[in-house]
Write a protein that binds this ligand. Sequence first.
Ligand code: FCB
Length: 455
Amino acid sequence: MTKNLDFPKKFVWAVATSSYQIEGASDADGKGLSIWDTFTQIPGKIKNGDTGNIACDHYSRWREDIKLMKDLGVDAYRFSIAWSRILPKGNCGLINTKGLDFYESLVDALLEENITPFITLYHWDLPQALYELGGWPERMIVDAFAKYADIVSSRLGDRVKNWITHNEPWVVSTHGYLNGSHAPGHSNWKEALATAHHLMLSHGLAVKAIRSNAPDAKVGITLNLCPAVPASNSHEDHQATRIFDGEFNRWYLDPLFKGRYPADIINNHLKKTRVSENDLDFIKDGDLAVISEPIDFLGLNYYSRAIIRSDEIPDNQNAKPVVLCGEKTDIGWEIHADSLYQLLMRLKNEYPIKSIYITENGAAYNIGPDKNGNISDTKRIHYLKEHLSAVHRAISDGVSLDGYFAWTLMDNFEWAEGYTQKFGLVWMEPETLNRIKKDSFLWYQKTIHDNSILL
Ligand code: FCB
């Protein structure tokens, strides 16, 4: 039996990308280096030694990409600004107007096609020059980011009415400064926690800067949240799940919406001697009031859930796991749409959030063209369908969810995975960079057109 799920009339259908993953032109028109330009040069960091030097060459082909979006029928497009295109040396003495001109042309062309721009100010490509001054672990970065937000919003704020300060502070802190798998590749608890704090503090200041330039703008932040379930019913697995949830989710949600850090997680860091009380002195009086500056929306990136097993006791002394991992996408992330629904309900019940956009959701399936040139990525269609059903259910159950941004428009540079993982609705021919629509593109196009999914 088939069934239609209709979405609200004003539901925003959209796609998302980010600067380093698609733009290429890594040194064009006065752009300065970012930490990803340097990190990708280090042997062994990125699969196949890939870099974003060329990526999708969106910097030259953006008109073609807007045409693709027009054809897809999206209402909105989320993209990020490469900070080092605007401020090549990181400081505000030297503003590279060519960088601003590029984004202005993009915005104007989007508006002409009736596609609403959603700008993300920081999607991980910190100017190398600011990294050399200490980067995110140092407090000077907070003002640098606020100034950058001011410069961009004073140029584009008359036209761009939706702003996202940061993308996924958890990833910046954890992959950038704790496990070292992302730029700049550090492994240090104090730096990781200071990074998270400075990201959040700079968010609060940027919200104010953007609003002063664009009083009618809607401003938010994007968090990647990961629902966690204990692998078994043991006390240890439940405890480990609470800690995981605290470090991953509450560490960001609580400061933003409750104006405080979760005490149990601070205690856990101290107990495990990852940091001392003195190390936490980067949290100054008044910071949490800045971080909890009310925002207009939360951007939510959702890909998967986590099944948590305690490492406090040997596995053979722990209870037998009862929750098992289901099917995975090609990148190895479990497909679990119901967790998205549960997460949305939790956000509604536990936090005073005015509005939510799913700012990323999608799947890596690496299937390419068949001998007729068709790309039958039916598994991606299935993934999108299941997750949009979860979104639909959450809306019916009262969550104020205003839109959905599929990740991503086209296959691109997937960070440490290089070009090996393909999340795009559009295939990127490796040699020519020609764009080829996948079946999922056509499916999403119809979904947007009908404002409805057919189950
Ligand atoms: C998110 C990132 C995005 C992309 C997807 C797959 O964590 O924000 O840039 O890499 O994962």
